[in-house]
Design a protein around this ligand. Structure first.
Ligand SMILES: [Zn+2]
Length: 538
């Protein structure tokens, strides 16, 4: 009797079983490098600022693979794996069977629904080689927990939805959210209704104005290396017409750059919360929202621009409405966990770096391709073809297929040639990827991003401040250097121990941490680990 009472007393002091949050809001801010958030943070007085103040904030998380781009970034966040496991090595690659450039989430048997399918364009998860959080959640809850994933970009939405969530992305050719037939054969009523509201069209003819007085922005508005796309111009105010007289594709593209795109995503997310009943019961749901406007602004104007400063201020505001809606849906803050991450950072326009005195240069991929091709043709004849996607070089052609020319020899020659170029740090063939000496440690990053049959035959890493970009202005990302690879990771709310965590983590740990929080097993290919220091276990 006494022993039984003692046991009961002991049990009573044990914490109640930890329950996962009813709703997890996973926010990706596209191209939000650590540096951009740190620099803008003092001015963030809204929802984003509060999230950093009240959450577990890692200012420094670093992707471990070399090609820091959108599709691999989102897929790593979704799977807890690097591209060497999840297979999404870049936004695009050269398809081994056809020799054509395809998007990572090409899925010919499951085309886009309610918009024209672009040949080789993203539409479904067919190429995804790993399990996502969304997949795991669906199975772990025995098909009761839901994931809805939304973004302006197809690759971001699909990565986060995996195979068993819903993916919605904004299609600029029709000005509405679409999905692929993998996910559904017919739009649910809530999405039909949302699209019918034509929220984007209400911004037609508007001007993107500065949110704060001009003197609060650092630097200059007009810089010669900023891009001028879709009639937006380089300076405030930016007209939102796309140069058209009525809403059409170029308007929607201009809109995608503007902060109004963030407002639209928040509205769409609210419609999803209501339409799918997210957070309504104890079975956890996941709402993944990837804000793409930050990336568009980054590519057009660069990370120091007034446009980026204003975008951060406006995102800080826009997130408030999303957090409020999510809290309400989950039945209060106590049932909600918010995670905020980024898929990569980004380089400064090289001319701006050069102006400041750094050894920077803009490299035209076309020029590199022409030079490599000329060298290959001269040494190995006209029947070897060179293709390039970012820093991956693909070698094709009848001479290689017939064995007339030794492929390994061509690859070696291309790597040797690349290694001698002033903008190249290191180059490696796929034959030597695992055996070549790696004194600087960059090949380790190339390996983590390598997937046979998708990655190049030769891969290289450019020197820091050397920006490979097709455009004569704007900027790019896609290297293992800190400005591209380093991003913030923030957890807040239910089950999270707040604090500033200055240790460098890896975004590969995000999915395992969420999986632990949701009390389910790790995604099948996860190599990251739960960040147990932020988990309260309650
Ligand atoms: Zn991105």
């Amino acid at each position: 009797m006494i022993r039984a009472l003692a046991l009961m007393a002991a049990l009573a002091t044990l914490p109640a079983a930890a329950r996962p949050p009813r709703l997890t809001l996973l926010i990706t801010v596209d191209a939000l490098g650590s540096d951009v958030l740190l620099r803008n943070r003092p001015r963030l007085q809204g929802a984003l600022g509060r999230l950093l103040d009240t959450g577990a904030y890692y200012p420094y998380a670093r992707y471990a693979y070399a090609k820091c781009r959108t599709a691999p970034g989102h897929t790593t966040l979704a799977t807890g794996a690097n591209p060497w496991r999840h297979g999404i090595v870049d936004n695009r690659w050269v398809d081994a069977a056809t020799g054509k450039l395809v998007y990572a989430y090409v899925d010919p048997t499951h085309p886009v629904l309610e918009a024209t399918q672009k040949p080789g364009g993203d539409s479904g998860p067919a190429n995804l080689m790993a399990e996502t959080l969304a997949d795991r959640l669906r199975l772990a809850t025995q098909e009761r927990g839901k994931t809805v994933s939304m973004s302006f970009k197809s690759r971001s939405a699909i990565a986060m939805a995996g195979r068993l969530g819903q993916a919605w992305w904004f299609d600029a050719s029709v000005g509405k959210f679409v999905t692929g037939t993998w996910y559904t054969k017919e739009f649910p009523a809530w999405m039909k209704q949302f699209n019918e509201r034509k929220v984007a069209d209400a911004s037609f003819g508007k001007k993107w104005e500065l949110m704060r007085p001009r003197e609060e922005y650092v630097g200059e508005d007009d810089r010669s290396y900023e891009a001028d796309s879709y009639g937006l111009g380089r300076t405030f105010p930016h007209p939102l017409t796309g140069g058209l007289t009525a809403p059409g594709t170029d308007f929607y593209k201009a809109y995608a750059v503007s902060p109004d795109s963030h407002t639209l995503l928040v509205e769409a997310a609210k419609a999803a919360i209501a339409g799918e009943g997210l957070g309504q019961d104890a079975v956890p749901d996941l709402l993944a929202v990837s804000f793409s406007g930050t990336d568009e602004v980054f590519h057009e104007y660069g990370p120091y621009s007034w446009e980026m400063q204003d975008t951060m201020l406006r995102l800080d505001q826009a997130l408030g409405a999303l957090f409020t809606a999510a809290e309400r849906a989950a039945g209060g803050r106590a049932n909600l966990t918010i995670v905020l991450v980024a898929d990569h950072g980004g380089a400064t326009p090289p001319e701006q770096w050069a102006e400041a005195g750094l050894p920077a240069q803009r490299i035209q991929p076309k020029t590199v391709l022409q030079d490599v091709s000329a060298m290959v043709k001269e040494r190995f004849g006209p029947d070897v073809t060179v293709l390039m996607e970012e820093m991956d070089v693909y070698l094709r052609g009848p001479a290689l297929e017939s064995g007339k020319v030794d492929g390994a020899q061509v690859r070696r020659a291309v790597a040797d040639w690349l290694a001698k170029q002033p903008h190249v740090l290191t180059a490696v063939t796929r034959d030597e990827l695992y055996t070549a000496p790696d004194p600087m440690g960059y090949l380790a990053a190339v390996r983590k991003g390598y997937f046979p049959g998708r990655s190049g035959d030769v891969m290289y890493v450019p020197r820091p401040f050397h920006v490979l970009y097709y455009a004569p202005d704007g900027s790019n990302h896609g290297t293992p250097h800190s400005y591209d690879a380093q991003v913030p990771v923030v957890f807040a709310g239910k089950g999270i121990k707040p604090g500033l965590y200055l240790t460098e983590t890896d975004p590969v740990n995000v999915a395992p941490t969420i999986a632990a929080l949701l009390e389910m097993g790790m995604p099948a290919s996860a190599e990251g680990k739960p960040l147990t220091e932020v988990l309260t276990g309650k």
